[in-house]
Ligand binder design. Structure first.
Ligand code: SF4
Length: 174
């Protein structure tokens, strides 16, 4: 059995002249969505360099279906926030998030995005955690996290999406 058939959600029965599949709508939709995530990249400082590396030839996140990085929220379903978020920037981030179509996801990459990082203390301008602005689906700790960590977080997001239900988005399917 080839890899594509083995990874297909549901039961694939081979028979002479073809095969048939038994599955659920949830499994098919989640499988399709999780394998075609389009990221909106929101890189503000050093973590963004690691994010760029994840998309480059050496790490190549397109191997997993995250290839089409967008520059507009209307064509993206996951926003990757990589770097320090300052209060001046917070309304812009919120607007971008609001302009993304549902269902949408957020990845917080690096200590600065998660908590303010080294700027947690003695800074008047840095937001102490992106979750004060938008809901976060996957956190990537580190300063900076490596590209492998970003790819791992996207795989974790895929796993999360595969457990959703179209009847109640964000919840595990029955
Ligand atoms: S977590 Fe570290 S590497 Fe990432 S933006 Fe902050 S200071 Fe830079």
């Amino acid at each position: 059995m080839d890899v594509a058939v083995k990874n297909f959600p549901g039961i694939v029965k081979q028979m002479p002249g073809g095969s048939f599949v038994v599955s659920s709508v949830d499994d098919i939709i989640n499988w399709s969505r999780s394998n075609s995530l389009w990221p909106l990249v929101f890189g503000t400082s050093c973590c963004a360099i690691e994010m760029m590396a994840a998309a480059s030839a050496k790490f190549d996140w397109s191997r997993f279906g995250f290839e089409v990085a967008r520059a507009t929220p209307r064509q993206a379903d996951v926003i990757i926030c990589a770097g320090t978020i300052v209060y001046k920037m917070a309304p812009v981030l919120k607007r971008l998030y609001d302009q993304m179509a549902d269902p949408k996801y957020v990845i917080a990459m690096g200590a600065c995005t998660i908590s303010g990082g080294p700027f947690f203390y003695n800074s008047y301008s840095v937001v102490k955690g992106i979750d004060h602005i938008v809901p976060v689906d996957v956190y990537i700790p580190g300063c900076p996290p490596r590209p492998e960590a970003l790819i791992h977080s996207l795989l974790e997001l895929q796993r999360k999406i595969r457990n959703e239900s179209i009847a109640s988005p964000g919840r595990k399917s029955a």
